[in-house]
Design a binder for this molecule. Structure first.
Ligand code: SAH
Length: 347
């Protein structure tokens, strides 16, 4: 019966084997299914010619969980922004970027977000729902198909808070890095979080080689609480202690993201306070020019302010860079394409 079928992208290979065993099918069929899904990038079970009908009928007929609804392509650097619709009509956004080291995609982990950061477009309507592992994966699989290019690097930095959807993130990461799955290098994947430390402990144990970026956006708790409600739960001191342990266990340094917001967190005093916090620590600070979202009323700092801020960190020996803006000719703010597509589909 159709409603008893599954999308294999929502399960790990071990889970697929169990599912097959329950239906008295051979375990090695799981590898064959994985091959079709991830290596032949097939979106329909009827393509699986070496898999018997009895097994194919255990799978969804259509394995593609997303449809492309909008695309913007940068004429200057090949960056592409995509708005995809889920089967139940939610809109999510992904961004494809070309770098010297390979092509990278920024994917979403939730439709909407409930973290409530004051500057962010993705949280304006709250959380609609978690994305399934298949929906996270299809952003990459469809991304490769649409761009007709391989993708070697993934950042989970689109809409949503990945650690608010940890079980699905975990399945997705296992399939993205499994040799029988997409086979990406764990070191080529980075998860960006507002810092939900409790959920992050399990992640470090399971995926020590996967990169981690923490959105900080403030040098102290008072300012952070004004822009990020998660700061009410975890202090910057907690984050720093956690990060030091992370470095000891994994040998990887954390990237801190810091969007420069005019008059909020971009003063010289803020720069000096951030420099004191990180002096002598093995971290990287990524200063992000704020993408202005009309609804928030917040403005980005100008280039000169950003450069002065960077110099204060540099002078203190704190590793920092100002993020290069790719696709600036399609400079819809993070999440703005999704908002536009949502408004369009609501008429
Ligand atoms: N929830 C996760 C991942 C999604 S947001 C997180 O908080 O990290 C990805 C990054 O974009 C975060 O650093 C976030 O703070 C930042 N961001 C969100 N809105 C932005 C905006 N308008 N301008 C610049 N950066 C923004």
């Amino acid at each position: 019966m159709e409603n008893n079928t599954i999308n294999p992208k929502n399960y790990t290979i071990e889970e697929l084997k169990t599912y097959l065993a329950v239906h008295r099918e051979k375990a090695y069929r799981a590898s064959q299914i994985m091959h079709w899904v991830y290596h032949s990038k097939s979106m329909g079970r009827d393509d699986f010619i070496n898999v018997p009908l009895s097994v194919r009928e255990l799978l969804d007929e259509d394995l593609c969980s997303l449809t492309l609804v909008r695309e913007q392509v940068s004429e200057t650097d090949g960056t592409r922004k995509w708005a995809f619709a889920t089967k139940d009509g939610h809109i999510i956004e992904s961004v494809f970027m070309k770098y010297k080291h390979g092509n990278s995609i920024c994917i979403s982990s939730q439709a909407g977000c409930r973290m409530g950061c004051s500057f962010c477009a993705s949280t304006l309507d709250g959380l609609s729902r978690n994305l399934t592992p298949a929906e996270m994966m299809d952003q990459i699989l469809l991304g490769m198909e649409i761009s007709e290019s391989p993708i070697s690097h993934v950042v989970i930095m689109g809409t949503g808070e990945p650690f608010d959807n940890y079980d699905n993130l975990q399945t997705f990461l296992l399939n993205a890095t499994d040799e029988k799955g997409l086979g990406l290098s764990r070191r080529h994947i980075t998860v960006s979080t507002c810092g939900i430390l409790d959920q992050m402990n399990a992640f470090v144990e399971e995926f020590p080689q996967v990169g981690l970026a923490i959105s900080l956006h403030a040098p102290n708790d008072d300012i952070r609480k004004k822009v990020m409600p998660i700061a009410l739960r975890y202090s910057i001191a907690d984050i720093c202690t956690w990060s030091q342990k992370y470095f000891k266990v994994t040998g990887r340094r954390i990237t801190y993201e810091y969007a420069l917001i005019h008059g909020v967190n971009d003063s010289l005093a803020c720069a000096a306070e951030l420099a004191r916090l990180f002096r002598g620590r093995n971290v990287h600070v990524n200063l992000i020019p704020l993408n202005e979202v009309d609804e928030t009323g917040l403005k980005g700092s100008n280039r000169k302010v950003a450069e002065t801020f960077l110099k204060v960190l540099d002078d203190a020996g704190v590793q920092a860079t100002i993020r290069r803006e790719l696709g600036s000719d399609i400079s819809a703010a993070c999440g703005q394409l999704r908002l536009d597509a949502m408004q369009e589909s609501n008429g």
